[in-house]
Design a protein around this ligand. Sequence first.
Ligand code: GLA
Ligand code: ZN
Length: 677
Amino acid sequence: MSLPVTAKVPFGGDYNPEQWPEDVWKQDHQLFDAAHIDLVTVGVFGWALTQPAEDVYDFSLLDRIVERAGAQGRGICLATGTAAHPPWLARAYPEVTRTDFEGRRHRFGQRHNSCPSSPVFRRLSTELARRVASRYADHSAVVAWHVGNEYGGACYCELCAAGFRDWLRHRYGTLDALNAAWYTTFWSHTFSDWAQIEPPSALTEHWRGPDHTAFQGVTLDYLRFCSDAMLTNFRDEKAAIRESSPDLPVTTNFMGMYRPIDYHRWAPHLDFASWDNYPPDDESAARMALTHDLMRGLKDGQPFWLMEQTPSVTACRDVNPLKRPGLMRLWSWQAVAHGADAVLFFQLRASRGASEKYHGAVIGHAGRADTRVFREVAELGAELARLGPASLGARTPARVALLFDWDSWWALEISDGPSRLVRYQQVVLAYHRALWEAGVDLDVVAVTADLSGYDVVVAPALHMLKGDLPERLEAVAARGGSVLTTYLSGRVDENDQAFLMDVPGPLGQLMGIRVDEWDARGPEVVNPVRLGAGVDQFDVEARLLFELVIPQGAEVLGTYQADFYAGTPAVTRNAHGDGHGWYVAAGLDRTGVSWVVRQVLARHDLLGPYPDVPDLESALRVAPDETRLLFLLNHRPEPVEVTARTGGVDLLTGDRVEAGQPLRLPAYGVVMLREDR
Ligand code: GLA
Ligand code: ZN
């Protein structure tokens, strides 16, 4: 099972009419019509209303919401409503609340607040999902199920401690195996009874916070356990839904690059991926592209839903900048360009009170249609309506893969040494940005993904190596491909233990180098790296981490220029089979990363159509009938003119575009070119 069946890109979003008197609903639906809104996500925070007491279920309000949306012809993404438990539940069963990292048992409050290991929570959330599904499964308006909401966080209660011990028993079988994996001979930690094992928290292995642990193996396993425990919650609800709804797809909304949940482990259990895009500022175009690619990569490149974005402002940040005119549209099309098959907002009508009353909405407190935001939403709705099904199901024809790995992220950031300043996301972003600027279509995939279809595999800060990944990377190079990796790769095995061999461990053969030692410095310390050869040499800056490389067959393409290791390699390329292994041993600046990435891409002729036009993004999708859809997105607040590389029709305007002719994009403009066959 995959995506919900729709006739066009669904447009709409979270709708919470339970917060409003019913006479407002009529006005809502008139405004939805005016904005071409055809999908509403309802019931996300409805638990207290649908189950006002343990033995009372009351669906009358949800019935009316669903009925009206259906009668108005709108599709419904129906939530199970379990993302915030009701006060009576916490009062009757204090175990459903969470215990935090400091060991404080929380009382009722907030949302996303349930202990994932609580049998009461599991029983009652599953029962609610069961009842919601059986009540509405046959309602023709319902197109998808939305389980929970933005799963995340962690709990350190006694129930979770017990759950953790079970999880460990399952993973290791014996205490001997566990002791070996956790390296417990260090600091007198040999466990002789499962009951001695504690969740790693401020009261046990940690100091200074969640990233500072005495035992990386313990903390790593707790991160894995928490992710799995919440996945169990999701799976419980999904199974309950399936009892009455065998065919409707089930999702939960992810949060992009969200550290606490390993979305790769979750993805097989979702029918389709969906995520909430809340960029922190106007400067996040590259980061959003990466996140869309990551979300699309969760289900083998299958399109995803953009489940939430604000039409204007967020409320949760200290400072909540307004999306400039045109940005909401541009970023919506960017999502589509990267594989979104739905464009949805949080939220359709603003809350009047509580913490999100200043959060942007399609309809504000005054209920007007003559606002800039409503107008822009309505114009986008009209565009999507005109577009129809053209982009649905279209795939990204990527020949480049970027590996993303939650285990490496966790292991790197909970590690003592070499440097707390090297952040996994920053390294990934740097390499993705260089690829994105070069206009390359790429997949962001798990380390377990099939790599046989890619010409280039980029693996930034691949700290942990698991399974047969080293062999699969070697195979990419052996058949003529290029593998690029960086400093802090190939350091540890799946238990976070160092490889008993030269760095970069099992990647050494492919890279043709060994790393002898390494130097970490503050951001103010720059070691220039000289790149290139002959007259084309130039210097870039390197910061944070400097690995000292001794070539074992690799060719040197860049050298440090300062300190006692001046003249030694910082960038290398090793011939392996018909291809290459590339190694970048230091934190190069943007120019440096871009140079390396473009060297790699050029060899495979993979540069996009406009690699030298700044802030002009290009992305290709290929529809099921082989139609090629080229998206061009101008992220600049001023117009840009380029020469069209291919002829076709701009599906957003209906205009013909001729190859070789000038193509003008206004400020924040978008072209969606259906290329001539
Ligand atoms: C998240 C949640 C929504 C809402 C928005 C506000 O994405 O899923 O319920 O709180 O944030 O930005
Ligand atoms: Zn718990």
